[in-house]
Design a binder for this molecule. Structure first.
Ligand code: COA
Length: 172
């Protein structure tokens, strides 16, 4: 597993992930909807603009030369030294340790290359694979927002997690 810059060849996989309605609520707080390729492209262009400005860091998760996911840092606060992290894999890549390795590398990049002091993220409470992967990477649960999200017919808690640079796992 490695993190690398995306290329045009990755766009089909990245669109597949972004448009996946089955994991929509796991991946973002916006209300679920079918995502057209044009909407994806527009969103992608906006994100690329943020990448160019330096206030977003977007990696492709690569396994044996093929894109299997996306991992990013965004919402940078350069004053307080923190940013939010996000990660998503295609279905076929899940449950094989790739997510844990990717978030660990992303955290290392944030701390060592971007001089962040703190990285945070959130997950819906039923997303046990995500919460476990983040814990394995050193994140601690910092807060729980009760019944904060509407997820496929029920209200779910949102688990907020964070890691400080001083807590970074040394093998990361
Ligand atoms: C969340 C995600 C990034 C995790 O990556 P992954 O490669 O699937 O996870 P890993 O294989 O590294 O497993 C992480 C841990 O979760 C456990 N796990 C995996 N699937 C699980 C499940 N369905 N239920 C409970 N635990 C699970 C693994 O056993 C592992 O724990 P361990 O190291 O103690 O054995 C990935 O599943 C994904 O992209 N999901 C869809 C999008 C998403 O939810 N993104 C996160 C938004 S917060």
């Amino acid at each position: 597993m490695s993190l690398r810059a995306r290329t045009d060849d990755d766009l089909d996989v990245l669109y597949e992930i972004a448009a996946d309605l089955d994991t929509w609520e796991e991946r973002n707080p916006q209300a679920p909807r079918p995502l057209t390729r044009d909407q994806f492209t527009a969103r992608f262009v906006r994100a690329a603009g943020s990448d160019a400005l330096g206030d977003r860091v977007s990696f492709v998760v690569d396994v044996d030369g093929a894109a299997v996911g996306a991992a990013s840092l965004f919402d940078f606060d350069f004053f307080a030294g923190h940013a939010e992290a996000g990660i998503s894999l295609v279905r076929s890549a899940r449950g094989r340790g790739i997510g844990t390795a990717a978030i660990t590398q992303l955290v290392k990049f944030g701390f060592m290359r971007r001089n962040l002091r703190r990285i945070h993220l959130q997950a819906i409470a039923s997303n046990l694979a995500a919460i476990r992967a983040y814990q394995r990477a050193g994140f601690l649960i910092e807060a729980r927002q009760r019944q904060h999200a509407w997820v496929r017919g029920t209200y779910e808690d949102i688990v907020r997690m964070g890691i400080l640079r001083s807590e970074q796992i040394s093998s990361a």
